[in-house]
Design a protein around this ligand. Structure first.
Ligand SMILES: [Zn+2]
Length: 254
């Protein structure tokens, strides 16, 4: 039973990922999600429906525009987003089964995916993603009788990032983090709750340092980079292993 649900979850997740590619590409420019249909950004030729099939379509065209006169590469990010969403929804379906929780957490996964890529592309975390994410998270906790817990964790996330930004302004006279990061942290708190939220925030700084160091080595510059993706990665790790990491940490402390 759970295997069947997981397979359906995978297919459904890939389809959601295909839609998210459009969201990530168009929403920052305020463009419509439905029209015009997908077209090659180089030659403008409309993409055939069977080339729009998640993951397989990209493999079918060999990662290049199907128009023989164009053949420009099509970013591997598109199938990667589809595959990642497929795996995420499949995992959630395996864990929750066909329940409302599956639906709610799939929306959370979709929001994380959108925030991750838009922050990389534009260095923005759009309020149209983090505010509904926060509201849905709090509503979800309310439905489970855990609203207070959710609100406290959201406030903790928001307050912590706000404080870090203020300290950076005073001490280093620059903005390391944006105000968007604070709202995203509030959203994550509402979903992760404590102690997973604390673990997730620690991990996001760990991931952020590794990424920053990698960029320093690769490019020889410490140019600021978006922090949202590190927060999203930290949140996912904390959701899966947060409790275990917290227990290990407490055991190590004593
Ligand atoms: Zn083309």
């Amino acid at each position: 039973m759970s295997a069947v649900v997981a397979v359906f979850g995978f297919l459904f997740g890939c389809a959601i990922g295909s839609f998210l590619n459009v969201v990530i590409y168009r929403v920052p420019y305020g463009r419509s999600l439905v029209s015009p249909g997908s077209a090659c950004p180089h030659c403008g030729v409309a993409i055939k429906p069977w080339h729009n099939v998640p993951v397989l379509g990209w493999l079918l065209i060999g990662g290049k525009c199907a128009n023989a006169a164009c053949r420009q590469p099509v970013s591997g990010r598109y199938p990667a987003v589809e595959l990642a969403m497929g795996l995420a929804v499949s995992g959630l379906a395996w864990y929750f089964g066909p329940t409302v929780d599956l639906l709610v957490w799939s929306v959370f996964a979709a929001l994380l995916m959108v925030i991750f890529w838009i922050d990389i592309d534009h260095r923005w975390i759009l309020d149209v993603t983090s505010y509904p994410g926060l509201a849905l998270g709090l509503f979800y906790q309310w439905s489970r009788g855990d609203l207070l817990h959710g609100a406290l964790a959201a406030g903790f996330g928001f307050g912590f990032f706000w404080a870090v930004r203020k300290v950076a302004q005073v001490v280093f006279h620059k903005d390391g983090l944006g105000a968007g990061d604070e709202r995203f942290a509030a959203m994550l708190g509402a979903w992760l709750l404590m102690p997973a939220m604390a673990v997730g925030m620690f991990l996001s700084f760990l991931v952020g340092s590794i990424v920053g160091l990698g960029m320093l080595i690769q490019r020889g510059s410490s140019r600021p980079y978006p922090f949202g993706p590190s927060m999203a990665v930290g949140a996912v790790i904390a959701l899966i292993w947060g409790q275990a990491i917290w227990t290990w940490y407490l055991g190590w402390m004593v």
